[in-house]
Write a protein that binds this ligand. Structure first.
Ligand code: SRM
Ligand code: SF4
Length: 688
């Protein structure tokens, strides 16, 4: 066996394999010869043991940056497929685990955290994240998660931007019971974190429609294809019991296929090997026109392409999206996915595997800051990337198919599922399910035996609702403060914030806890400059530049850059297809209005018809906008100060009202526009 391991005696053999590399039509076949490297183990726990590593002979001498490996690479290598030293650390009396185990437990779906509000002591706890491809949460799982949050967590559930649950505040001694409960509920946290494929996104709307159903099925299959196989998860949490549902045969076939040199043939991890991927890896599946998954922010974006009869035929593939960056290091950046090509539907798993393997083999492992696939795309360019993927795929990509415009779909409120049943999308502020809302949601889900889907926008969908249940459910939701979207502030509906303080170790300032205050400020500025209640923009807030709430796609992105201070990003669009840019840095919360007032005032008065805030900022340009901010004197010169009362006969009013509605205005607005245009034309005429 290529990858056999005996962590106890410190011996690890890494797979050998036949590497086939072809660049620019030149073929180089490299039969890997085993090279044994004797090295002292790094971890203090195993400092006396020797690690024996067998690696493939490189095709050509690697540049120095590639020979150096990050600490996490060494931890993975010495972990006996992600068991060691976590297995030992879980048995100690201490409330925490050591550094190596902290890295290893991520692959099991958990992060060690401390409460940063409590500076007097280090209060350790663990955050658990589930895996729910397409946000699918069967009825029983919802109830189990709800119970676990009360019994072992902080009494809240967090719905995430990748359609999963986060359970905060589990102490070490309870980890096993919580994990095993989740596993025995036929759910999983395996690979929710760590250097591997994360939760696969798909549109959460439970439409019974060929393209939506196919998108969900594809997300499930990709998730299964890239699930770790070496059993470490079940060994640690359910004593080796294999609690796995059967996989579709096409998934097993695609995983085992090694006809193009993708696999570690004798390894318990045929796709990942001992080293797994250089970094986290994210995939989303979408349906044309429905960008509810923020498709361009993923390492791989997969779009279902159907024929004229609505029958799915294949997929358009985007690659190289990602959000994370570091303040003041300009070589780190958010990036949008770009078109790679089209593939027939039966090839999707092979193509995804080929892309993953391209990143596995070529992504940087020396410096984790540059290990995401977007940096590989950036340094190679799409042509070279495509050529290398095609070698692992064994075929050429077809040209990308034309797609309709993307639109952001929130699915809030009531909708027909397409099979006689309804679904109800519920807005949950920043995905935090707590208090009365939590108990009411649970009651509804339990009483009506409903399945749930989590959206990539931290919201939740109640599925499979009978028409007769609509009214009582609406009433119960409203009593818990979960109102129909019509009654929620539109600024809230599209806003997102990451968890940040107090538990995220990387937070530089507040996000989830600060968001309500920040949105209130935006609302107050809207009121002050005379923007209407139903006019809105996409606001996303994060406590640091990692971008967990995807702020770089927002029309107003607030990215924490110090205590009580944010970078302001502008230029994202409502359909999440344009990357924002930094407009200003280090803006303290009390100073936000000084920037927002001139921006919103000018948007109101200088926008083109129906121009979104994002499009407006892109059209005007940052230089001009900076000037407007610098010269802003805080005085609102509102034309509405000079009030003009209008009275019309019934017929004229009704006709005006109808015309106005066609333009998404009210009769007063339209009348003012007509008068303004008339006066301007008269004045022009006089001047001539
Ligand atoms: Fe994230 C790290 C929360 C989606 C980019 N993210 C973290 C950690 C685990 C902090 C840590 O490393 O210790 C945060 C835990 C906070 C806490 O206390 O709960 C955290 N990320 C989240 C969630 C919960 C935010 C939310 O509001 O929902 C999301 C969980 C997703 C899930 O269910 O799997 C979450 N994180 C994202 C996204 C958005 C997405 O995936 O669509 C991104 C940007 C997209 C991307 O990956 O490029 C994102 N998180 C990061 C990064 C920066 C990665 C990078 O490439 O530089 C980190 C830090 C890291 O990996 O080093 C990070
Ligand atoms: Fe933490 Fe930063 Fe992610 Fe927010 S964006 S959850 S502060 S890592």
């Amino acid at each position: 066996m290529g990858s056999s391991v005996g962590a106890a005696n410190g011996i690890i053999l890494r797979d050998t394999k036949l590497r086939i590399q072809r660049f620019h039509h030149q073929c180089v076949f490299t039969t890997s010869s085993r090279v044994l490297i004797l090295k002292r183990a790094l971890s203090s726990n195993s400092s006396s043991s020797l690690v024996v590593t067998a690696v493939s002979t490189p095709v050509k001498p690697s540049p120095p940056s590639q020979t150096k490996r990050s600490k996490v690479e060494l931890i993975k290598e010495q972990s006996n497929f992600l068991r060691y030293p976590l297995n030992e650390e879980l048995l100690t009396e201490t409330p925490n685990i050591n550094e190596a185990a902290t890295q290893v437990i991520k692959f099991h779906g958990s992060y060690q955290q401390t409460n940063r509000d409590d500076r007097s002591t280090k209060a350790y706890s663990f955050m658990l994240r589930t895996k729910n491809p397409g946000g699918d949460v069967p009825n029983k799982l919802y109830l189990v998660m709800d119970d676990l949050a009360d019994e072992f967590g902080i009494g809240t559930l967090r719905l995430t931007t990748r359609q999963t649950f986060q359970l905060h505040g589990v102490v070490k001694k309870d980890l096993k019971i919580v994990m095993s409960t989740i596993i025995k509920s036929m759910a999983s946290t395996l690979g929710a974190c760590g250097d591997l494929n994360r939760n696969v996104l798909a549109p959460a709307a439970p439409f019974i429609r060929k393209d939506y159903e196919f998108a969900r099925e594809t997300a499930d299959n990709i998730a299964a294809l890239l699930t770790p196989q070496s059993g470490f998860y079940y060994d640690l949490w359910v004593d080796g019991e294999q609690v796995m549902s059967a996989e579709p045969p096409e998934v097993v076939r695609a995983r085992n296929d090694n006809s193009h040199g993708t696999n570690f043939s004798d390894s318990p991890e045929p796709i990942y090997g001992t080293q797994f991927l250089p970094r986290k890896f994210k995939i989303a599946v979408a349906v044309p026109g429905d960008n509810s998954v923020d498709i361009l922010t993923n390492d791989i974006g997969v779009v279902v392409v159907s024929d004229a009869d609505g029958e799915p035929q294949g997929f358009n593939i985007y690659v190289g999206g990602g959000m994370g960056r570091t303040h003041r290091i300009e070589t780190t950046f958010p990036r949008l996915g770009e078109p790679l090509g089209y593939v027939p539907k039966e090839d999707i798993l092979y193509v995804v595997k080929a892309i993953v393997v391209t990143q596995r083999e070529n992504g940087r492992r020396d410096d984790r800051r540059y290990s995401r696939m977007k940096y590989l795309l950036d340094s190679w360019g799409i042509e070279k990337f495509r050529t290398v993927v095609e070698q692992y795929y064994g075929k050429k990509f077809k040209p990308f198919k034309e797609l309709p415009e993307w639109e952001f779909k929130s699915y809030l409120g009531w909708h027909d599922q397409g099979n006689g049943l309804l679904f109800c999308g519920i807005h949950v502020d920043n995905g935090r399910v707590a208090g009365k809302m939590k108990t009411s949601l649970r009651d509804i889900i339990e009483k009506y035996n409903l399945n749930v889907r989590l959206t990539p926008n931290q919201n939740l969908i109640l599925c499979d609702v009978r028409r007769a249940w609509r009214r009582p459910i609406t009433t119960t939701l409203a009593q818990a403060g979960l109102l129909h979207p019509r009654y929620v502030d539109p600024l809230n509906l599209t806003a997102m914030a990451c968890p940040a303080l107090p538990l995220c170790p990387l937070a530089q300032t507040e996000a989830e806890r600060g968001a309500p205050g920040l949105i209130k400020k935006v609302r107050a500025v809207f009121d002050k400059v005379g923007l209407k209640y139903n006019e809105s923009l996409v606001i996303r807030v994060t406590g640091c530049p990692n971008g967990c709430a995807r702020p770089y796609m927002a029309e107003l992105g607030l990215v924490g850059d110090g205590p009580n201070s944010y970078q302001i990003w502008l230029g994202g669009t409502p359909n999440q297809t344009s990357l924002a840019k930094t407009f200003m840095s280090k803006v303290k919360v009390p100073d936000l209005e000084k920037v927002l007032e001139p921006l919103f005032y000018n948007w109101k008065h200088k926008r083109q018809q129906k121009e979104s805030f994002g499009d407006f900022t892109n059209r005007i340009g940052f230089e001009k906008l900076q000037e407007l901010v610098e010269n802003w004197d805080g005085v609102i010169r509102s034309p509405t100060r000079y009030n003009l009362k209008l009275f019309a006969d019934k017929e004229t009013f009704e006709a005006m009202d109808e015309l106005a509605r066609l333009e998404d205005k009210n009769a007063h607005q339209l009348a003012m526009e007509v008068i303004r245009n008339y006066v301007a034309a008269q004045q022009n005429g006089k001047r001539k």
